[in-house]
Ligand binder design. Structure first.
Ligand code: KG4
Ligand code: ZN
Length: 474
């Protein structure tokens, strides 16, 4: 794909990146200090108040402000002035897309511009409530989305300091996901479109995970993408917008789902070190100081010479081990003396499978010339991609096979409105997938990301040499 919008946009993108880093800090600070009915928003007022307490951030903020003042006071050279004015014009003409995400248990909304700047965002997570219920109960998720969607969208718009008329389009997740959750975002969007007449862009949730990286890095099609989340595990070649070749996916659980189930089995929501963490975060945290050797048994699903995944084997193996240890130690799972070791062993076995399969996908791509060998990029995305151990392992594989490894910042790996807004923006810029008739659009709980060629991959029976990724992971 060509550069998003030329030189002026590059300049703008640079400034946007600095602002984006500040926004990340701002949101972190704001969410740590201020939890207003569970909403996490970046609002300028609140953030400036909180920034005052953080001198390093304040000085970073000052650098940007000072640069602006400096430009105004001394005046740029005529040449710089022309480029500054044209970039300013471009900036004021820049298009904005509102993204809405309600496919599972996060109500997210965000406004992004065409250079990938997050202009405003808001996220409400239902995780705490679902973890108390022992898992997602779809009607509960639906009721919570209905309760919060308007606050979340309004907060994102307020944080962006814009009106409906400032928007160029609304993009919303309509597939795949929980039917009851998807229905809320779609209905809300239809109402908005009816009132405002804005163009509507339906978004595939997994495509949004795949494209998030292009908001923060220059990544050309085709690239290899590895999507690891609570509902999916997909290796695909991203050939273009809406054009994906699936090399392999999971036959049963997704890795995030396996992490969540083992976390529940270990009763980590009662563990003092894991309060408020998702299942995946909790296991990653405990595994850091664990010894994976506690479970020496083989790693399931490494033998099949394809790119399909199965996590049910590792899940039941670890689950049985936990039950056995509970009996031997005569304590509840959360009190097991070797809980950190169990977490480390589970994480190692999951990662081992991810490593083996992505390596096979890289060999397959090379043998079938699916990716230009001069520009080999592998993007890891989805909630599980925020796991540092897995990231390190993927970096190791990429080094071995000559791939550039990229992964969005952790905050953009888990579900959010920003990735939906950005996918909408990618489509808007190329005039692809903008809906003509909105009222007849339906949500799709199951919908493939692209053409599945996993049988062709399996037919090649590719053997992958041993990869000692654990040498580079903690
Ligand atoms: O992408 P996501 O936010 O939602 C889906 O589309 O599924 O992914 C959520 C999943 C959850 O299963 C959560 O436990 C997992 O991502 N997750 C992690 C980590 N952080 C979140 N898994 C492993 N390690 C983490 N640090
Ligand atoms: Zn997701």
């Amino acid at each position: 794909m060509a550069a998003p919008c030329g030189m002026a946009c590059d300049l703008f993108r640079f400034q946007s990146h600095i602002k984006y880093v500040i926004n990340l800090y701002k949101q972190h600070i704001f969410s740590a200090f201020s939890k207003y009915r569970g909403l996490h928003t970046i609002s300028r007022h609140h953030c400036d108040v909180e920034l005052c307490r953080y001198p390093p951030l304040l000085s970073l903020q000052r650098i940007i402000r000072t640069q602006q003042v400096h430009q105004d006071r001394d005046g740029p050279t005529p040449q710089a002035k022309r480029s500054y004015q044209s970039s300013k014009k471009e900036a004021t003409r820049r298009r904005l897309v509102l993204g809405i995400e309600t496919s599972c248990d996060e109500t997210g909304a965000a406004v992004v511009d065409e250079c990938g700047s997050i202009v405003g965002e808001c996220l409400h997570s239902q995780k705490e409530i679902h973890s108390k219920n022992g898992g997602i109960i779809p009607p509960v998720a639906q009721a919570l989305h209905e309760q919060y969607i308007d606050h979340v969208v309004q907060n994102a718009m307020d944080a962006a300091n814009i009106k409906w008329t400032d928007l160029s389009a609304v993009a919303t997740t309509i597939m795949p996901g929980l039917a009851l959750s998807l229905s809320v975002g779609l209905q809300y969007s239809k109402d908005v479109i009816k009132k405002t007449g804005l163009p509507f862009i339906p978004v595939h949730h997994m495509e949004a995970h795949a494209l998030t990286i292009r908001m923060v890095e220059r990544v050309e099609f085709p690239f290899l993408v590895f999507l690891v989340s609570g509902g999916h595990c997909i290796i695909a070649v991203a050939r273009d917008l809406g054009n994906y070749l699936i090399l392999g996916q999971t036959k049963d659980d997704a890795p995030g789902e396996a992490y969540d189930k083992i976390a529940r089995k270990l009763k980590l929501n009662e563990h003092p070190q894991c309060i408020g963490m998702s299942g995946g975060q909790a296991i990653e945290h405990l595994a850091q100081t664990g010894d994976r050797e506690v479970m020496k048994a083989y790693t399931p699903n490494l033998q099949s010479k394809d790119c399909t995944f199965s996590f049910s084997g590792v899940k039941s193996m670890v689950s049985q081990f936990i039950s056995k240890e509970e009996k031997i130690q005569d304590v509840q799972a959360a009190q097991l003396s070797n809980i950190n070791d169990i977490a480390a062993a589970f994480q190692f076995k999951v990662t081992h499978q991810l490593v083996k399969k992505i390596a096979r996908a890289m060999i397959y791509c090379k043998e079938n010339s699916l990716i230009d060998t001069c520009h080999q990029t592998m993007v890891l995305s989805g909630g599980v991609a925020s796991n540092g151990y897995i990231r390190n392992a993927m970096q190791y594989v990429c080094n071995e096979y000559g791939y550039r490894f990229l992964c969005p910042p952790p905050k953009l790996c888990t579900d959010n409105g920003t990735m939906i807004a950005w996918t909408g923006m990618e489509r808007l810029k190329r005039n692809i997938g903008i809906a003509n008739e909105v009222q007849n659009i339906r949500y799709e709980p199951k919908y493939p990301l692209g053409e599945d060629i996993s049988d062709q991959v399996k037919a090649e029976q590719i053997t992958v040499p041993s990869i000692q990724f654990w040498k580079k992971c903690y």
